[in-house]
Design a protein around this ligand. Sequence first.
Ligand code: APR
Length: 169
Amino acid sequence: MAELVLVRGDITEQEVDAVVNAANSTLLGGGGVDGAIHRKGGPEILAACRELRATEYPDGLPTGKAVATSAGKLPARWVIHTVGPVYSAREDRSALLASCYRESLRVADELGARTVAFPAVSTGVYGWPMDDGARLAIETARAADTAVEQIRFVLFSADAYDTFAAHLR
Ligand code: APR
Protein backbone atom coordinates (compact mmCIF):
# COMPACT_ATOMS: atom_id res chain seq x y z
CA MET A 1 0.00 0.00 0.00
CA ALA A 2 1.60 3.24 -1.13
CA GLU A 3 1.72 6.25 1.19
CA LEU A 4 -0.58 8.99 -0.14
CA VAL A 5 0.79 12.50 0.30
CA LEU A 6 -0.70 15.89 -0.62
CA VAL A 7 1.53 18.78 -1.67
CA ARG A 8 0.42 22.33 -2.46
CA GLY A 9 2.67 23.54 -5.30
CA ASP A 10 4.03 23.12 -8.79
CA ILE A 11 4.40 19.59 -10.12
CA THR A 12 7.49 20.58 -12.14
CA GLU A 13 9.39 21.21 -8.89
CA GLN A 14 8.75 17.82 -7.34
CA GLU A 15 11.87 15.75 -6.68
CA VAL A 16 10.43 12.32 -7.38
CA ASP A 17 11.25 9.36 -9.61
CA ALA A 18 8.30 10.02 -11.95
CA VAL A 19 6.13 13.06 -12.65
CA VAL A 20 2.75 12.39 -14.27
CA ASN A 21 1.76 14.78 -17.07
CA ALA A 22 -1.88 15.65 -17.79
CA ALA A 23 -1.31 15.40 -21.52
CA ASN A 24 -3.56 15.26 -24.57
CA SER A 25 -3.58 12.45 -27.08
CA THR A 26 -1.21 14.22 -29.49
CA LEU A 27 1.56 14.11 -26.84
CA LEU A 28 2.85 17.29 -28.48
CA GLY A 29 2.26 19.68 -25.59
CA GLY A 30 -0.39 22.12 -24.50
CA GLY A 31 -1.17 24.40 -21.57
CA GLY A 32 -1.55 23.76 -17.82
CA VAL A 33 0.55 20.91 -16.46
CA ASP A 34 1.50 19.85 -20.01
CA GLY A 35 2.79 23.32 -20.84
CA ALA A 36 4.69 23.62 -17.57
CA ILE A 37 6.36 20.22 -17.92
CA HIS A 38 7.51 20.88 -21.48
CA ARG A 39 8.61 24.43 -20.66
CA LYS A 40 10.62 23.42 -17.56
CA GLY A 41 11.70 20.00 -18.83
CA GLY A 42 12.96 21.29 -22.14
CA PRO A 43 12.95 19.99 -25.71
CA GLU A 44 14.20 16.52 -24.80
CA ILE A 45 10.73 15.59 -23.57
CA LEU A 46 9.01 16.73 -26.76
CA ALA A 47 11.61 14.91 -28.84
CA ALA A 48 10.85 11.70 -26.92
CA CYS A 49 7.10 12.28 -27.42
CA ARG A 50 7.62 12.81 -31.15
CA GLU A 51 9.53 9.50 -31.23
CA LEU A 52 6.56 7.77 -29.54
CA ARG A 53 4.22 9.23 -32.16
CA ALA A 54 6.53 7.99 -34.91
CA THR A 55 6.64 4.47 -33.47
CA GLU A 56 4.33 3.07 -30.75
CA TYR A 57 1.53 5.65 -30.97
CA PRO A 58 1.15 6.84 -34.57
CA ASP A 59 -2.49 7.82 -33.86
CA GLY A 60 -1.71 9.39 -30.48
CA LEU A 61 -2.04 8.13 -26.91
CA PRO A 62 -5.61 6.96 -26.22
CA THR A 63 -7.57 8.45 -23.31
CA GLY A 64 -6.89 6.57 -20.09
CA LYS A 65 -3.52 5.21 -21.24
CA ALA A 66 -0.04 6.16 -20.00
CA VAL A 67 3.46 6.16 -21.47
CA ALA A 68 6.84 7.21 -20.08
CA THR A 69 9.59 9.42 -21.44
CA SER A 70 12.74 10.95 -19.95
CA ALA A 71 12.19 14.01 -17.75
CA GLY A 72 14.71 16.36 -19.38
CA LYS A 73 15.67 19.12 -16.96
CA LEU A 74 12.97 18.32 -14.37
CA PRO A 75 14.18 17.04 -10.94
CA ALA A 76 12.76 13.60 -11.80
CA ARG A 77 13.89 10.59 -13.79
CA TRP A 78 10.79 10.10 -15.90
CA VAL A 79 7.64 11.83 -17.07
CA ILE A 80 4.63 9.53 -17.35
CA HIS A 81 2.22 11.07 -19.85
CA THR A 82 -1.45 10.19 -19.42
CA VAL A 83 -4.52 11.48 -21.26
CA GLY A 84 -7.50 12.27 -19.08
CA PRO A 85 -11.09 12.23 -20.31
CA VAL A 86 -12.84 15.50 -21.05
CA TYR A 87 -15.66 15.89 -18.53
CA SER A 88 -19.16 15.13 -19.82
CA ALA A 89 -22.38 15.70 -17.87
CA ARG A 90 -24.18 13.23 -20.17
CA GLU A 91 -21.71 10.35 -20.25
CA ASP A 92 -19.98 8.86 -17.19
CA ARG A 93 -16.28 8.73 -18.09
CA SER A 94 -15.11 7.93 -14.53
CA ALA A 95 -13.57 4.61 -15.59
CA LEU A 96 -11.32 6.46 -18.06
CA LEU A 97 -10.13 8.89 -15.38
CA ALA A 98 -9.49 6.05 -12.93
CA SER A 99 -7.57 4.31 -15.70
CA CYS A 100 -5.20 7.31 -15.96
CA TYR A 101 -4.11 6.78 -12.34
CA ARG A 102 -4.03 2.99 -12.57
CA GLU A 103 -2.15 2.90 -15.90
CA SER A 104 0.33 5.55 -14.71
CA LEU A 105 1.10 3.40 -11.64
CA ARG A 106 1.47 0.33 -13.85
CA VAL A 107 4.01 2.20 -15.98
CA ALA A 108 5.73 3.44 -12.81
CA ASP A 109 6.05 -0.19 -11.65
CA GLU A 110 7.52 -1.17 -15.02
CA LEU A 111 10.12 1.58 -14.59
CA GLY A 112 10.86 0.68 -10.96
CA ALA A 113 9.78 4.17 -9.84
CA ARG A 114 9.26 4.37 -6.06
CA THR A 115 7.90 7.93 -5.79
CA VAL A 116 5.32 9.31 -8.22
CA ALA A 117 3.82 12.82 -8.37
CA PHE A 118 0.33 13.22 -9.89
CA PRO A 119 -1.57 16.38 -10.83
CA ALA A 120 -5.35 16.45 -10.53
CA VAL A 121 -5.84 14.98 -13.99
CA SER A 122 -8.74 16.35 -16.11
CA THR A 123 -9.76 18.96 -13.50
CA GLY A 124 -8.37 21.91 -15.49
CA VAL A 125 -8.90 22.45 -19.22
CA TYR A 126 -10.80 19.16 -19.38
CA GLY A 127 -13.40 20.50 -16.95
CA TRP A 128 -13.76 17.63 -14.49
CA PRO A 129 -15.30 18.82 -11.19
CA MET A 130 -12.51 18.95 -8.59
CA ASP A 131 -14.45 17.12 -5.88
CA ASP A 132 -15.19 14.12 -8.07
CA GLY A 133 -11.71 14.22 -9.58
CA ALA A 134 -10.19 14.13 -6.11
CA ARG A 135 -12.46 11.28 -5.00
CA LEU A 136 -11.55 9.19 -8.06
CA ALA A 137 -7.83 9.92 -7.71
CA ILE A 138 -7.68 8.91 -4.05
CA GLU A 139 -9.96 5.87 -4.40
CA THR A 140 -7.93 4.58 -7.35
CA ALA A 141 -4.60 5.21 -5.64
CA ARG A 142 -5.79 3.49 -2.46
CA ALA A 143 -6.99 0.43 -4.40
CA ALA A 144 -3.90 0.19 -6.59
CA ASP A 145 -1.69 -2.91 -6.33
CA THR A 146 1.65 -1.17 -6.87
CA ALA A 147 5.27 -1.25 -5.69
CA VAL A 148 5.28 2.56 -5.63
CA GLU A 149 6.03 3.67 -2.07
CA GLN A 150 4.86 7.27 -2.22
CA ILE A 151 2.03 8.64 -4.35
CA ARG A 152 2.15 12.43 -4.16
CA PHE A 153 -0.82 14.51 -5.35
CA VAL A 154 0.49 17.96 -6.24
CA LEU A 155 -2.27 20.58 -6.05
CA PHE A 156 -1.88 23.94 -7.68
CA SER A 157 -4.50 25.83 -5.64
CA ALA A 158 -5.56 25.93 -1.99
CA ASP A 159 -9.04 24.91 -3.11
CA ALA A 160 -7.77 21.82 -4.86
CA TYR A 161 -5.57 20.97 -1.87
CA ASP A 162 -8.49 21.29 0.57
CA THR A 163 -10.72 19.20 -1.68
CA PHE A 164 -8.17 16.39 -1.86
CA ALA A 165 -7.55 16.63 1.90
CA ALA A 166 -11.27 16.16 2.57
CA HIS A 167 -11.24 12.92 0.57
CA LEU A 168 -8.03 11.71 2.18
CA ARG A 169 -9.59 11.82 5.66
N1 APR B 1 1.47 21.91 -11.14
C1 APR B 1 0.44 21.23 -10.58
N2 APR B 1 -0.83 21.33 -11.00
C2 APR B 1 -1.08 22.18 -12.03
C3 APR B 1 -0.06 22.93 -12.67
C4 APR B 1 1.26 22.77 -12.18
N3 APR B 1 2.30 23.44 -12.71
N4 APR B 1 -0.64 23.66 -13.67
C5 APR B 1 -1.95 23.39 -13.64
N5 APR B 1 -2.23 22.51 -12.64
C6 APR B 1 -3.52 21.94 -12.26
C7 APR B 1 -4.76 22.62 -12.77
O1 APR B 1 -5.12 23.69 -11.90
C8 APR B 1 -5.77 21.48 -12.72
O2 APR B 1 -6.32 21.37 -11.41
O3 APR B 1 -3.58 20.63 -12.82
C9 APR B 1 -4.93 20.23 -13.00
C10 APR B 1 -5.07 19.69 -14.44
O4 APR B 1 -5.24 20.79 -15.31
P1 APR B 1 -4.68 20.80 -16.84
O5 APR B 1 -3.23 20.94 -16.82
O6 APR B 1 -5.50 21.79 -17.57
O7 APR B 1 -4.99 19.32 -17.39
P2 APR B 1 -6.36 18.66 -17.86
O8 APR B 1 -7.54 19.28 -17.20
O9 APR B 1 -6.13 17.18 -17.71
O10 APR B 1 -6.45 19.05 -19.41
C11 APR B 1 -5.49 18.49 -20.28
O11 APR B 1 -4.92 20.64 -21.11
O12 APR B 1 -2.87 21.57 -21.03
C12 APR B 1 -3.73 20.89 -21.84
O13 APR B 1 -2.31 19.67 -23.33
C13 APR B 1 -3.20 19.54 -22.23
O14 APR B 1 -4.91 19.22 -23.83
C14 APR B 1 -4.47 18.83 -22.55
C15 APR B 1 -5.44 19.37 -21.49
